[in-house]
Design a protein around this ligand. Structure first.
Ligand SMILES: [Zn+2]
Length: 295
């Protein structure tokens, strides 16, 4: 079993070598490809229990999926995506290899045609040996796919008036899988979304120190609203209208932590929670933002 993991890892890592990451990646679209009705960006924070799963329909109709929930809900997530009339996921992101983010990633890889797959490069000492991670690598390998490991600063989508840029990870050996989280800022017109994965305070500091404009209308709070993320300084700089927390009712971690809820309310940020609101869908034409919740 271990040897199997090592072989898969080395196969996957071939595609993570520096310099190979994003070479040849073309702009996702051009204005001429934008369909007549395709001017709305939709972001669905799927109620996946104590886990993350975010479905995004880009303004040109392409699809991005950030994380895919737990092993136990992999099929529910694929059903949700299918219910959106989707057959291909153009950009699939596994923010970091914890089960509550990549548990259902193998289901998604097996069920859909996948364009680009992004997962962070993990140091040898931090590389997980879990069955969950092995399942994902097996799915990747069996479909002959490659993994791209993005780095802070990489623009992974640029076209048709919208852009997705990676703000983290910047480091190569964190010692904590959460800190490898791929953080993405998605911009469309005047609207901005910031997806934090399970990024922690150290990543928030790195992102600020790198000088990124982190301001956003919608912030997917890091690490399910844990107090180890969402520092006051970071929240002030992002200054979102809405903060979304993806967490399960009565979860054993106590997420979201009360400090984070208070920090948000103190800054006048509206909280949206998948445990109480169910699946949250945010739509924008690049100017106006519409929020709807399942519950
Ligand atoms: Zn998590």
């Amino acid at each position: 079993m271990k040897r199997g993991i090592a072989a898969l890892l080395s196969a996957a890592l071939i595609f993570m070598l520096p310099g190979c990451d994003l070479l040849g990646l073309q702009p996702a679209t051009s204005a001429s490809q934008v369909s007549s009705g395709g001017d709305t960006l939709e972001v669905h924070f799927i109620d996946a229990g104590q886990a993350d799963a975010i479905f995004i329909r880009l303004p040109d109709g392409q699809v991005m999926q950030i994380d895919a929930g737990k092993n136990s809900t992999g099929e529910e997530i694929t059903e949700y995506i299918r219910s959106q009339g989707v057959e291909k996921i153009d950009y699939l992101v596994g923010t970091h290899p914890h089960e509550d983010h990549i548990g259902g990633l193998d289901n998604v890889i097996n069920e859909f045609e996948i364009g680009e797959l992004y997962m962070p490069r993990i140091s040898a000492s931090d590389t997980p040996t879990t069955q969950t991670y092995e399942d994902v690598l097996t799915a990747v390998s069996s479909k002959g796919m490659t993994i791209t490991a993005p780095h802070s600063g990489d623009v992974i989508i640029d076209g048709g008036g919208f852009k997705a840029q990676v703000l983290s990870p910047a480091g190569e050996d964190y010692g904590d899988l959460n800190e490898y989280s791929i953080v993405i800022k998605l911009t469309y017109g005047d609207t901005e979304f910031l997806f934090m994965g399970d990024a922690e305070a150290v990543n928030e500091r790195e992102i600020i120190d790198a000088g990124y404009d982190v301001s956003a209308d919608v912030l997917k709070l890091g690490h399910h609203g844990s107090s180890t993320s969402s520092t006051e300084d970071f929240l002030r700089r992002v200054s979102p209208n809405y903060a979304v927390i993806s967490c399960g009712a009565g979860n054993s971690y106590g997420h979201p932590h009360e400090e984070v809820v208070e920090r948000c309310s103190g800054l006048g940020i509206d909280l949206l929670r998948t445990d109480t609101d169910g699946t949250v869908v945010i739509k924008t034409d690049g100017q106006r933002i519409d929020v709807s919740a399942e519950k």
